[in-house]
Design a protein. Structure first.
Length: 122
């Protein structure tokens, strides 16, 4: 079974990097440019795992997590936060909202792929 990943980041460069890395790892990848776009994509993407940035326009990563966990298109898909932020209060807030894990940018490609596979197996 091919894992479906929805990757959300407002940086074009980061979206393209994620698309490349995750496609090379054998995942089916849907890309969203911010949280609003991600929620719009959610029904069609049907992700097994969601990877989201925190700091984005229109809807930030916290909004994405809250919308995915409790919104109209509620999903139990694991959510990994991929961000430059590393403050413990932010991590706690993300966990409380329903995030599964936290990865700090710049990321190690092998570690990211391993984390996605690990949380998808839960």
């Amino acid at each position: 079974m091919t894992l479906r990943v929805l990757a959300i980041d407002d940086s074009f460069t980061m979206r393209e990097l994620l698309r490349h890395v995750l496609t090379e790892a054998g995942f089916e990848v849907a890309i969203a440019e911010d949280g609003v776009h991600a929620i719009e994509c959610l029904p069609d993407a049907k992700p097994d795992v969601i990877v989201t940035d925190l700091n984005m326009p229109r809807m930030d990563g916290f909004g994405v997590i809250e919308a995915v966990r409790g919104g109209e298109h509620s999903s139990r898909a694991p959510i990994l936060v991929l961000t430059t932020e590393s403050a413990e209060p932010l991590k706690q807030r993300a966990r409380a909202a329903g995030a599964t894990g936290w990865i700090v940018k710049p990321f190690n490609e092998t570690s990211l792929v391993a984390a996605i596979r690990r949380v998808a197996a839960w």
